[in-house]
Design a protein around this ligand. Structure first.
Ligand code: CTP
Ligand code: MG
Length: 183
């Protein structure tokens, strides 16, 4: 695979994991998952992790995966690359994994004394990717292997391109007034 095809394939495969966090920012709010509970004086997760944000984010990512399956046959020849399809377990594992990663990061932020909205460089940019990959690897091991490890450059591209995309989309959301912080 040439480098451009590797990036196209990686971006396509990760789309269902990219969308949930952004949808949660737009549609989230309401009752926090931790119900206000604290642990050792700090919130378990904080007010930034809500049921509505998690549910709408996961559903939006799953709906996108289903939509991508539908347009895949006509788009693959256009990009000159074999765009991967999303089976039922993957349709859920990618977006839900992204939300689990984001929530895990908030848990770690609270344990390390970071207030809601405080940056956690590195973790903020990769939490959702790592967990989306982890959950999809557990839900569909052979799909994970053929998509991200064959060739392994697809996984490398995901880990390099995602942080850059994350920084860019959050900066845009900040400028548009959708997010309180630019990260
Ligand atoms: N959001 C939500 N539910 C989620 C994730 C996000 O409702 N599972 C919404 C919240 O309104 C949140 C906003 O999206 O404030 C921005 O998300 P994020 O940056 O992940 O949360 P923060 O408020 O920065 O909190 P934290 O420090 O815990 O990341
Ligand atoms: Mg934040």
């Amino acid at each position: 695979m040439d480098p451009v095809a590797v990036i196209v394939v990686a971006f396509w495969a990760m789309l269902p994991a990219y969308v949930p966090n952004n949808v949660a920012v737009l549609a989230g709010g309401g009752r926090p998952i931790d119900g206000g509970r604290t642990w050792r004086g700090d919130r378990l997760l904080g007010d930034g992790k809500t049921w509505r944000g998690t549910a709408t984010g996961t559903l939006a990512g799953a709906a996108l995966a289903v939509a991508l399956n539908a347009v895949r046959p006509s788009l693959s020849p256009l990009f000159g690359a074999e765009l991967v399809g999303f089976s039922a377990p993957v349709v859920l594992a990618m977006p839900f994994g992204a939300m689990v990663g984001d929530t895990t990061a908030s848990f770690l932020k609270r344990r390390t004394g970071r207030e809601r909205g405080a940056p956690f460089p590195g973790v903020d940019q990769l939490d959702f990717v790592v967990f989306a990959l982890l959950l999809s690897a557990l839900a569909a091991p052979s799909w994970f292997g053929s998509t991200f490890l064959d060739p392994v450059w697809v996984l490398v591209a995901v880990l390099l391109v995602t942080p850059a995309l994350h920084v860019l989309t959050n900066a845009i959301a900040y400028v548009l007034g959708l997010k309180d912080e630019p990260y």
